[in-house]
Design a protein around this ligand. Structure first.
Ligand SMILES: [Zn+2]
Length: 181
């Protein structure tokens, strides 16, 4: 069979296009997988974070939000203040224990005491429109140490709209500081 140089050149072009398409699909699937992994992490922490002894230090601290105030920033996302955080007992990993409060260790003082965990109903969770589908989403908050070094830390506090339709958590507020806040 005779194959011309032209046909080979055309094949090389088709291969390049098909390869770029495949790379794009891989990237899309990887993006989706990391988004779902992040969401899975948020959901699992949402049921357990009420037990955190030192919130945000050893993993992301996740909670429901009843209310908050946004302060617009000249650059980037707004900051959120007066965040009223709480958990829903029936969604907690240990519904009976969460109602009793928790054993809290004050890491630096070395004290320990039982404190009440702020509880509420799912219906009290603040609702915001999902930016993608405009359905109502639930507002959740996250707080954690994003950087740890002897010179200084970075701590980040965010609010997200959890959309059960799109399966997304869209960040609507973010604030970073060089220590716990
Ligand atoms: Zn949505």
């Amino acid at each position: 069979m005779h194959i011309s140089a032209k046909e080979l050149q055309a094949a090389a072009k088709r291969i390049k296009i098909a390869k770029d398409d495949a790379d794009r699909e891989i990237q899309e699937i990887e993006d989706k997988a990391s988004r779902l992994e992040e969401l899975h992490r948020l959901f699992s922490r949402l049921s357990r974070s009420w037990q955190d002894h030192d919130p945000g230090k050893y993993g992301i601290h996740v909670f429901f939000v009843r209310d908050y105030v946004l302060t617009p920033q000249p650059h980037g996302l707004p900051h959120a203040q007066d965040i009223e955080k709480f958990w829903v007992a029936e969604l907690a990993n240990d519904p009976e224990e969460i109602k009793l409060g928790r054993k809290r260790r004050y890491v630096y003082a070395g004290e320990s005491e039982r404190v009440a965990v702020p509880l509420g109903e799912l219906s009290e969770v603040k609702r915001e429109k999902c930016p993608d589908c405009a359905n109502e989403g639930l507002v959740i908050g996250t707080y954690y140490q994003t950087y740890d070094s002897s010179e200084g830390d970075d701590w980040e506090k965010c609010l997200h709209v959890l959309c059960l339709n799109c399966l997304t958590a869209t960040t609507i507020a973010r604030q970073v500081m060089d220590g716990r806040f």
